[in-house]
Design a binder for this molecule. Sequence first.
Ligand code: FES
Length: 150
Amino acid sequence: MERDEFIKSLGLGLALVCTGTCLSSCGKSGNDGPDDKPDPGPGNNTATVDLSTQLKAVGDQAKVNGVLFFRIADGNTAAAFVATESICPHQGGSLVWKQADNKIQCQLHFSEYATNGSVLQGPQGTTGNTRTLKIYSTAISGSKLTATIA
Ligand code: FES
């Protein structure tokens, strides 16, 4: 093989590798937007946390099967906890509980929500395009806190 032919074949091979990589990446969806509903798995409409190891202190939070649980008061009664969506309905940002500010906050565009799910502030400080969060009913059995996703 002549030097020129070798260089040309090397360039063609490199181009094929790059094209394959680009096409492979383009086939994947980067951000499909918010998943409107948590996914607890087939045949299951609940998400559960173990209170013997999780949510022990006021302000603690946990995400299970697309549900954000957090503790707002002492004691193991259902009223001491909130269960809501873990994904922001605006564009799929991660929601976290901010105990010190008494609000749920999106980590992507910083929408803020009250514990009843109502919108306190829209994306980027606007009154923009988001909706009230779903708040799931909770029940305690033994050390298990279960949210029913409806
Ligand atoms: S994704 Fe939450 S405010 Fe945009």
